[in-house]
Ligand binder design. Structure first.
Ligand SMILES: *[C@@H]1O[C@H](CO)[C@@H](O)[C@H](O)[C@H]1NC(C)=O
Length: 196
């Protein structure tokens, strides 16, 4: 009897520990599954990816009483001639034609920063927020490098919302007009975007 009791006790402890470690693993796995799970893409109605192209004109107005582009970080006193270090916040109108008076279809909201020491090279970080028809409320996000003196500048579309969920693609920017006196600019944006 004196021999059996310790054996029984250690077996009991062994099974007790085994039971709780398995129970623990189930608990942890269960928690993981609640926090992250795979979905059938049909549930979100993600069927055929579409390619959409559109052209808008982006108006960067720095002059006058109602600028749509304002410098929020000035160049440091010892900065190079390319203005490296400047940051401007924008809420630029997007119109269907090159004239400001043409139909407004959205706004480009975000900022650009002078990110090059060697040339006028911008980092663009902006959302195109559409206001027209079925696209009203949908956005695409453009994040890229814009060497403004190049004829065509290509920047990635890194995402989108609303009708542009899961968006990817690119834009091509071409300067349509630059007023040396005021600094105002109009840029043609051709957008190519894959989305569902
Ligand atoms: C876009 O949506 C907003 C908010 O829902 C609404 O106030 C506005 O009238 C809509 N604009 C157009 C052009 O449909």
């Amino acid at each position: 009897m004196a021999m059996i009791f310790p054996t029984f006790a250690s077996l009991y402890i062994f099974f007790f520990l085994l039971f709780f470690s398995i129970f623990d693993m189930i608990l942890v796995n269960g928690e993981n599954q609640d926090f992250m799970r795979s979905l059938d893409s049909n549930l979100l109605d993600l069927k055929q990816e579409k390619l959409t192209h559109f052209r808008v004109y982006w108006h960067d107005i720095v002059s006058g009483h109602n600028p749509t582009s304002v410098v929020v970080v000035k160049p440091p006193a010892n900065s190079v001639a390319t203005g490296f270090g400047v940051i401007a916040m924008i809420d630029d109108p997007l119109t269907i034609g090159p004239e400001m008076s043409s139909k407004l279809v959205g706004r480009a909201q975000g900022f650009y920063a002078l990110a090059s020491q060697e040339e006028l090279g911008l980092l663009m970080s902006m959302n195109f927020a559409f206001m027209e028809g079925k696209y009203n409320g949908s956005t695409i996000t453009v994040l890229g490098r814009n060497a403004v003196f190049s004829k065509v500048r290509e920047m990635p579309v890194v995402g989108g919302s609303g009708l542009f969920r899961f968006a990817r693609g690119y834009v091509q920017a071409r300067t349509h007009m630059f007023d040396i006196k005021t600094g105002d600019a109009t840029v043609e944006y051709n957008v190519y975007v894959l989305h569902y």
